[in-house]
Ligand binder design. Structure first.
Ligand SMILES: *[C@@H]1O[C@H](CO)[C@@H](O)[C@H](O)[C@H]1NC(C)=O
Length: 314
C-alpha cells in the first residue's frame, strides 16, 4: 500500500463498532471518519480505547461525545480503571442532526486535535500513554460510511477523496513531485477565482523561526500573495513580489496565531477585492488584491520551518 492511501479502512461499520487499529497510533497520523448524524440523534461517542475488554471495561484514552439535545455540546473525558476523570466540555456542537460530516482526529505527541468539516473544533491533551491506544469504539446515534487511519503527510490523494469517490468538492492541490515535503510547490489548475479557497494543515517545527506561503504565477517570478509569519518576532508579514520588486509590507495584526511546534490550519479565501486569511478558524487579516487577474495565480508554495500535513483547494 502506498503512503498516499489510508493504511487501514473500515467501510460501513455496524454501530456499535469496535475495531482494532493495527499498529496503534503514531504522532502525525490522522483518523478520518465520514458519516452522518440521524435527525433524532441525542448523542454519539467516538472512543479511543486501550484494548476492547468489556469487563472490566477497557480504559478510554479519549472519549469524544457530541450531544445534541437541550444545550448542544461536546464532552471529552478519559476513563481509567473504570473511573471517569474530569470532563472537558465544549459548549458548541459543529455536527448537525440529520447532516453529513467529516471528522478528522489528528494524533499529535501531546494531544488529539479534532476538526469537523474542515474546521478546527477542539484539542484534548493525552492523559493516557498514546502507545496503549489500539482500539476505536464508535457508538450511539451515528451512521458511519468510512473510517480511515491515515499515515502522516498523506500524499497525492486527499483523505476525503481516498475514502469515497464521489462528492468531494475539495481537491488536493496537485503537485508534480507527489509529496508534501518542504519546499512544497503545487498547481492550482485553472488559477484562482472569487470564492475559491486554499486550506493548509501544517505544524511548525520545534525551533521554527519563519515560514512562508506564496501564491504565485507559473512561468514568472511574480508572487501575488506572500504570507510570512516570523515566529521569533511574532510578526506576520504580507507582501507581493511583482516585476522583480517587493511592494509595501503589510504587518498589522490583532494577535499572532502561531507558536513553535504547533499544529495549525490556515485558510486563504479569495474574495473579489482581497484575500481573507484565517488561522485555526479565526479571521486574521485581509490583503487587497495587487494582482487583478486572479486566474493568473496558479501555484501555491509552502516553505520554511513547517511540516505540511495536508493542502486542499476548493
Ligand atoms: C464501546 O463503547 C460503549 C459506549 O461507551 C461501551 O458500552 C462498550 O462497552 C464499548 N465497547 C468496547 C468493546 O470497548
Amino acid at each position: 500500500m502506498s503512503i498516499s492511501n489510508p493504511r487501514q479502512t473500515f467501510l460501513n461499520p455496524v454501530i456499535p463498532f469496535a475495531g482494532t487499529i493495527l499498529g496503534g497510533l503514531l504522532p502525525g497520523e490522522m483518523v478520518l471518519i465520514q458519516g452522518s448524524v440521524p435527525s433524532n440523534a441525542d448523542r454519539f461517542q467516538v472512543d479511543f480505547t486501550c484494548g476492547s475488554s468489556v469487563k472490566p471495561r477497557a480504559d478510554v484514552a479519549f472519549h469524544f461525545n457530541p450531544r445534541f439535545q437541550r444545550s448542544p455540546c461536546i464532552i471529552c473525558n478519559t476513563l481509567q480503571t473504570e473511573r471517569w476523570g474530569r470532563e472537558e466540555i465544549l459548549y458548541q456542537n459543529p455536527f448537525t442532526a440529520g447532516g453529513a460530516f467529516e471528522l478528522i482526529i489528528l494524533i499529535l505527541k501531546d494531544k488529539f486535535k479534532v476538526a469537523v468539516n474542515g474546521g478546527h473544533v477542539l484539542e484534548y491533551k493525552h492523559r493516557v500513554d498514546l502507545e496503549r491506544v489500539d482500539t476505536l469504539n464508535i457508538s450511539g446515534k451515528i451512521k458511519v460510511d468510512a473510517v480511515g487511519v491515515l499515515p502522516p503527510s498523506s500524499t497525492s490523494v486527499s483523505p476525503a477523496a481516498s475514502l469515497t469517490s464521489q462528492d468531494s468538492e475539495m481537491n488536493l492541490v496537485s503537485c508534480s513531485s507527489g509529496d508534501l515535503s518542504i519546499p512544497f510547490r503545487g498547481d492550482l489548475g485553472k488559477g484562482l477565482s472569487v470564492g475559491r479557497s486554499i486550506a493548509i494543515k501544517a505544524e511548525t517545527t520545534h525551533k521554527a523561526q519563519s515560514f512562508g506561503v506564496n501564491l504565485r504565477m507559473a512561468g514568472s517570478s511574480d508572487i501575488a500573495l506572500h504570507l510570512n509569519p516570523r515566529l521569533k518576532h511574532r510578526a506576520f508579514v504580507r507582501n507581493s513580489f511583482l516585476s522583480e520588486c517587493w511592494g509595501p509590507e503589510e504587518k498589522k495584526l490583532g494577535s499572532f496565531p502561531f507558536s513553535t511546534g504547533q499544529y495549525f490550519e490556515m485558510i486563504i479565501l479569495c474574495d473579489s477585492q482581497q484575500f481573507r486569511v484565517a488561522v485555526n478558524g479565526l479571521h486574521q487579516l485581509d490583503y487587497k488584491h495587487r494582482v487583478k487577474d486572479l486566474s493568473r495565480i496558479n501555484q501555491v508554495e509552502v516553505l520554511g520551518d513547517v511540516t505540511l500535513l495536508d493542502i486542499k483547494i476548493r
